[in-house]
Structure formats: structure tokens, C-alpha cells
Design a protein around this ligand. Sequence first.
Ligand SMILES: NC(=O)c1ccc[n+]([C@@H]2O[C@H](COP(=O)([O-])OP(=O)(O)OC[C@H]3O[C@@H](n4cnc5c(N)ncnc54)[C@H](OP(=O)(O)O)[C@@H]3O)[C@@H](O)[C@H]2O)c1
Length: 262
Amino acid sequence: MTQTALITGASSGIGLELAKVFARNQHNLILVARSEDKLKALQQELSAQYAIAVVVCVYDLTDKDAPAQLFSQIQAQNLTVDVLVNNAGYGDYSEFVSSDWEKVQGMILLNILAVTHLTRLFLPAMVARGSGKILNVSSTAAFQPGPMMAVYFASKAYGLSFSEAIAAETEDQGISVTVLCPGPTQSDFIDTANMDNMALANKASTDKIPTAAAVAEFGYSALQRGQVVAVHGLANQLLTFSTRLVPRGLLRKGVKQFMASK
Ligand SMILES: NC(=O)c1ccc[n+]([C@@H]2O[C@H](COP(=O)([O-])OP(=O)(O)OC[C@H]3O[C@@H](n4cnc5c(N)ncnc54)[C@H](OP(=O)(O)O)[C@@H]3O)[C@@H](O)[C@H]2O)c1
């Protein structure tokens, strides 16, 4: 039976590339994001290229009712979600004291609440079927506090902890949960997060970081292997491991320096 993957944030970056990887591997797709035009273009491209069914669902997942509305739409269309990919997310580069509250609140609603609610909505049917896969896109940001992006780093730490816990709860029930932790990746993320003042964000640096396609390919493989925590790239693996060895005070200082303006 052809499997169906629901992917949030499928209109650009890592989510769009994940949609391509799932399509190439003969999954039907449910694509979720706010940009209807981009989702429809992707729907046309992938359904024609791979002869798969692609459904477009336009939702703003910072709307607290959106996960339940999306779930109802999927049920009304009699669709089964075999793979849930919680990928949509954004960051904001700012000192917390002067941060834009709307952006901060939206980040918590999208990066934490929507991920949690969608998992709570789709997991019971997976458990009842005795099969299902969940891929949550966190970040290497999950492994340490992030001065200048305090709420973003904390939201990704939530995603890591939540995913590992759900993975442990469901491991004997035919469910696999993978939390993908990319480091800096080429996408719209850096622009959306207003990170252009960071040294990391200059053109020469962004050209050197991995493509969203490479990260998506890695995430898909990790999901198929049933790997729980999947950190992309050797340098990121060493960096995230080292956070366990370095005293917290030193870690905070190091990250503060890295996150500083140009
Ligand atoms: N790029 C990096 O350096 C990096 C590193 C580590 C982790 N990540 C994580 O990777 C994930 C994907 O980010 P990306 O790098 O691919 O960034 P991106 O290119 O900006 O893509 C973000 C996606 O999320 C969707 N989205 C944003 N707000 C939304 C909302 N309110 N409702 C529904 N969908 C929304 C966007 O679609 P619409 O605008 O059409 O809604 C878009 O499809 C995020 O969770 C991010 O935290 C990124």
C-alpha cells in the first residue's frame, strides 16, 4: 500500500526538499503551509513527475485552532497519515528584552504548540494500526541555550526532549519517532529570522553550509532507519556531543560569542 506523508512547512527549504524525497520514494503527500501558490506549484510538479496523489492544505499553524481543523479536513477526506513530519518553524534574532512579542508568541505556537497538538491528534490512529512514523525537525540549537535567540533555542530543546520521550513511549507499538537536528542550512530561515547581523549570515558563510536537499535526504534516511536523534553532519555531531562535556557557564559564554553581531 502506498504510504502517505503529511509535511508541515512544505512550501520552502527543508520541508520542500523533504516533500521531494518522499515523492521520489513513492509516498502520497499532504502538503501544509500558508503559501497556497507555492504548495500548488509543488503539487503539480510532484504529482506529474512521480504519479502520486498530492493534497494541499493551507493553514497558518500559529492559529491555535489550525491543527484540529487540519486533522478534521484529513478525516473528512478519508486520508490516512502514515508519516507525520512536523517541520514548519521559524526563529527570530533579537535580544529578548526588546523582542517583538507577536513573533515570540508565534514561534512558541508554531515550534512547540502545533508540533505537540499535531502529534497528539495523529498518533492515536498510528498506535491503533500498530504502525506509523513521526519526523520532528528540531535543530542543533536544541543542545544549548542561545543568547540572542533565546526562545528559538528553547523551543528546539522542547522539540528534542518531547520527541525522545514520545519515541520511548511508543517504541514497542510499531511507531518510530525521529528528531532531525540540522545545523545552519541554506533556506529562507536566516532571512526570516533577521539573522543578517550575525557573522554566520554573510554570503561567503551561507554558501558553505549544507543545502536543504542534503539535510532532507539525511532526515529521510534516519527516519527509515528508525534513528531517534539524528544530527546532520560530522561537525554538528561533534559540536552537539561536546555540549555534554563543557561546563554550562563556559557553554553559555561560547554560544554568546558565536551569536554576537558582526
Ligand atoms: N535553515 C536552518 O538553518 C535550520 C537549522 C536547523 C533547524 N531548522 C529548522 O528547519 C525547519 C524548516 O526551516 P527551513 O530552514 O526550511 O526554513 P524556511 O525555508 O523558512 O521554511 C519554513 C517553512 O515553514 C512554513 N511556515 C512558517 N510559518 C508558518 C505558519 N505560521 N504556518 C504554517 N507554516 C509555516 C513556511 O511556509 P509558509 O511561509 O508558506 O507558511 C515554510 O514552508 C524549521 O523548523 C527550522 O527551525 C532550520
